[in-house]
Write a protein that binds this ligand. Structure first.
Ligand code: S3P
Length: 446
């Protein structure tokens, strides 16, 4: 399967400040889901603000290979939905490449498990290392046959067919697992229930309801129920900006002096926004404006200013049930933590070890490479603060969030920083380097 080229090295000259107005790409999690649900609706959905990320482009290509027509216009996508269980791939078994995207492979598997054909889903070297037993188990209970070559990892060979409704208690708080079961449940012969140990992001539930699926879920709820076999209509959908991408810009402002940025139209769904709660607890200057509900999702603008970061009961604790609600922001939280009086400690985040890289390892390696003091735990790390980073050389390990987190760290460092394999930022945020370049007045990045 295609690997991202690992050649581009980015140099950052710190210290620099950032200022201006920024529009981040459309939310990646929401874009994957809207693409898949639109493909299952009866008729064409019009989607604006779709993520420019390579990951979401991968989901679109998979859907096209399943026989769904997609028309691309400069400002919108039209996805010509075919209805439930009516994908028509040109050949069988259909071979699909999920690239680097865990969300694509795990959520799409739930839909492929219900189709009357065989699919082979594969991905890049990073995706092939990630655990798939967490979706193979519930889909197997629903009646799907999924074979793997080595352990429970990609490539997945899915022999789809009629599915039975199940009641599934997921051992992990994972929105990918929950969404996989819900999307499979949409095709099953009764009501499927899925529960999780802590609440993960609820974009699938909110969107399924918008499309007209019969779904029940509570506020702050750990249980969702979906009725199978209910066909639904297409939708006009506007994807809000991605808070997980905005997080890098927010951090750039907070850790450099004299910085100020307005980020417009960002998704602020509480099951995704615990990053902002942690920043609030350290006195970060973030003002939420223009908040509104769109398609059930909370959206708003964020005005961010630099200033003193301090936690009273030190170090700032990041642990417990909020972990799933900021899991993707932990690499950049490590960088911020080094700039907080009292530092920051993350615990209970072992899931980080099975992301696009072993993120506990790559965070610790990156921080040390830039001259920071950090202690590694099996399930997290502790970073003392405040520290002035010296700069240095960091390898992205092909992980987009690692490349971006340490680029931001470089903006606050006293010396130069180089990130190798920096182009992997395109996995979620292709405009990242151009945007940082603009916000630093063209002075910091080469
Ligand atoms: C995602 C869920 C999270 C997150 C990933 C996107 C989603 O993964 O880390 O980047 O869109 O559902 P898990 O569900 O595996 O925790």
């Amino acid at each position: 399967m295609a690997e991202l080229a690992m050649s581009r090295s980015i140099r950052i000259k710190g210290p620099a400040s950032v200022s201006g107005i920024a529009d981040v790409p459309g939310d990646k999690s929401i874009s994957h889901r809207v693409a898949i649900l639109a493909s299952l609706a009866n008729g064409p959905s019009q989607i604006r603000g779709f993520s420019s990320s390579v990951d979401c482009g991968t989901t679109l290509s998979c859907i096209e290979n399943l026989g769904v027509r997609i028309t691309r216009h400069p400002q919108e996508l039209i996805i010509h939905g075919v209805g439930l269980r009516r994908y028509r791939p040109a050949r069988e078994p259909v071979k699909l490449d999920a690239g680097n995207s865990g969300t694509t492979i795990r959520i799409l598997s739930g839909v492929l498990a219900a189709q009357a054909f065989t699919s082979e889903l594969d991905g890049d070297a990073s995706l092939r290392r990630r655990p798939m037993g967490r979706i193979i188990e519930p889909l197997g209970l629903m009646g799907a046959r999924i074979e793997t070559r080595e352990g429970k990892r990609a490539p997945l060979n899915i022999s789809g067919g009629p599915l039975h409704a199940i009641s599934y208690s997921s051992p992990v708080a994972s929105a990918q697992v929950k969404s996989c079961v819900l999307f499979a449940g949409l095709h099953a012969d009764g009501t499927t229930t899925v529960s999780e140990p802590a609440q993960s992001r609820n974009h699938s539930e909110l969107m399924l309801r918008e499309f007209g699926a019969r779904i029940e879920f509570g506020e702050g709820g750990l249980v969702s129920r979906i009725a199978g076999g209910v066909e639904f209509l297409p939708l006009e959908y506007h994807v809000p900006g991605d808070l997980s991408s905005a997080a890098f810009l927010i951090a750039a402002v907070l850790i450099t002096s004299g910085s100020h940025v307005l980020i417009r139209g960002v998704n602020l769904n509480p099951t995704r926004a615990a990053f902002l709660d942690v920043l609030n607890s350290i006195g970060a200057g973030i003002v939420r404006q223009n908040e509104r509900i769109h398609h059930g999702e909370l959206v708003g603008d964020l005005e961010v200013s630099s200033g003193r970061l301090q936690h009273v009961g030190r170090p700032t604790p990041v642990a417990g049930d909020i972990i799933p609600n900021l899991i993707d922001e932990i690499p950049i939280l490590a960088v911020i933590g080094a700039h907080v009086e009292g530092g920051l400690e993350v615990r209970g985040a072992k899931e980080l070890r099975i992301k696009e890289s072993d993120r506990i390892r790559t965070i610790v390696d990156g921080m040390r490479a830039l001259g920071a003091d950090i202690e590694e735990f099996d399930d997290g790390f502790a970073v003392p603060g405040p520290q002035v980073l010296s700069g240095g050389n960091v390898d992205s390990a092909g992980d987009h969030r690692i490349a971006m987190a340490f680029t931001v760290a470089g903006l606050a460092a006293s010396g130069a920083t180089a990130i190798s394999g920096a182009e992997c930022a395109e996995v979620s945020f292709p405009e990242f380097y151009t945007m940082i370049n603009t916000l630093t007045g063209g002075k910091a990045i080469s």
